[in-house]
Design a protein around this ligand. Structure first.
Ligand SMILES: C[S@@+](CC[C@H](N)C(=O)[O-])C[C@H]1O[C@@H](n2cnc3c(N)ncnc32)[C@H](O)[C@@H]1O
Length: 427
């Protein structure tokens, strides 16, 4: 099947109804597409996931009854059609023609009349339909209700801004490999290659590109001169402050962005651990490209007795599994795949990993706890509880208002992704 709209409808059905991640479904759907069609498929899938509640609301009003059972996938095709009309400014005749072509390819020509009518009625009634979202937070901000409530509670002043940022396309940040040259030098190389970029000195190794570009066009990418990594994620290695010859544990390492950064900053001995063997392979691939080495271990960080050799670490990075609610703009499927109950389960797992990894740290050693979440339960509440439970854990402030009761540095999505860091030293 090569019709991009049909592929988008199938992909969205797999993600929203079948709970599959967009990261796994998109490459499967895009396998035989040209680069241009790949980009279109991605744009449509990201867009529909960004505006799903609104699209559902319009269809609810435009259809007598929702499409169900074996016709359910065509409900997603309607979302694709409406998304094109509302956000991509595709002319009505083209949006209808392309969507009908998709129907033909999906062997559902019988739905032509219905799809035609829904898309044309959407155009006619667009203003009224859009007004029907007013006063409803879920339809206004296009996030699940439980998440809006949690963000409102945690950030009474900033909740709207956070939700609006999540709807935007994320910028492309690079990490410059300090082994191979300075950030300023790489900025010059980008300029020579005609790639416009900017440097924010507070994110020492990071450069933001004006426009996302194919990594093959980046100077020295193949040789490891730079990597794609958000500036907030780049703070991990800098805050950990790795030193030459130290023994360091990166306990949840895959796909290895932070492992590579640690090794770019120091000639350290790094154990890179992950519970997912497929993802651990990606750590090895990333290390290979950069030409650095770590000891990759497939194991469960919450059960050190199954893999630890008894040698304590100088530094530990705990980039724990989390809700990923700080990176929704990069992964809009997170909004629909995460459930409210997942947060309690994740917080329990994070607490378990933190507790069981702590004995592996040397006296005087540093532990950096990190998540790409914006939810306090996974972040400051988690670390505050840990500090209260462990008298040998000394809280190390990362900024002026970082206290043991409300510990850590919480970055919200905007210039960078949403991230959380807390630094703890062992007595
Ligand atoms: C946030 S990601 C890590 C990202 C990584 N640090 C980087 O910068 O590329 C969390 C990782 O934790 C791994 N993970 C989940 N549960 C784990 C466990 N019990 N022990 C070790 N790793 C685990 C997941 O497979 C996932 O790769």
């Amino acid at each position: 099947m090569t019709n991009v709209r049909a592929l988008a409808a199938q992909t969205l059905f797999q993600v929203v109804d079948k709970g599959q991640s967009l990261n796994t479904q998109l490459p499967l759907a895009a396998k035989n597409l040209s680069p241009k069609d790949k980009a279109l498929l991605q744009q449509i899938c990201y867009g529909v996931l960004r505006y799903l509640p609104s699209l559902e609301n319009y269809c609810q009003q435009l259809l007598e009854k929702p499409l169900k059972g074996k016709n359910r996938v065509f409900q997603f095709l309607l979302y694709v059609g409406i998304y094109q009309l509302q956000h991509m400014r595709v002319p009505e005749h083209a949006a209808v023609a392309e969507t009908v072509n998709a129907l033909m390819q999906m062997r559902a020509g019988g739905l032509k009349g219905l799809v035609n009518a829904v898309l044309r009625n959407f155009q006619r009634q667009q203003d009224t339909l859009e007004e029907s979202s007013q006063g409803n937070d879920v339809l206004t901000f296009n996030h699940p209700g439980w998440f809006i409530k949690a963000v409102k509670e945690a950030y009474p002043e900033q909740w709207q801004d956070i939700l609006e940022q999540n709807q935007l396309q994320a910028p492309m940040w690079l990490r410059v490999n300090q082994h191979m040259g300075s950030t300023e030098e790489y900025l010059e190389a980008l300029d020579e290659a005609g790639i416009r970029a900017e440097y924010y000195p507070e994110y020492q190794d990071a450069i933001i590109l004006d426009k996302a570009c194919d990594v093959a066009k980046l100077p020295g990418f193949k040789q490891g001169a730079s990597s794609v990594q958000d500036a907030a994620a780049q703070l991990a290695a800098r805050l950990l402050e790795p030193q030459d010859d130290e023994l360091i544990l990166d306990a949840c390492a895959a796909p290895g962005g932070k492992t590579c950064h640690i090794l770019e900053l120091a000639k350290a001995n790094v154990d890179a651990l992950d519970a997912d063997s497929d993802r651990l392979l990606r750590v090895e691939q990333n290390l290979d490209r950069i030409g650095l080495e770590a000891n990759c271990i497939h194991a469960d960080a919450s059960q050190p007795d199954t893999w630890w050799n008894g040698q304590q670490y100088d530094r530990i990075l705990l980039d724990v599994p989390c809700s990923a609610t700080g990176v929704i703009r990069r992964h809009p499927d997170i909004k629909w795949l995460r459930r409210k109950t997942d947060i309690d389960d994740l917080a329990e797992l994070q607490g378990q990993i933190l507790k069981n990894i702590w004995p592996l740290l040397k006296s005087g050693g540093t532990l950096l706890y990190a998540t790409c979440s914006v939810l306090p339960k996974e972040n400051k509440q988690q670390v505050a509880q840990f500090l209260a439970d462990n008298s040998d854990a000394i809280h190390q402030p990362l900024h002026e208002s970082d206290t043991p009761e409300a510990p850590g540095l919480q970055l919200l999505p905007g210039l960078t992704d949403g991230f959380y860091y807390a630094k703890i030293i062992k007595k």
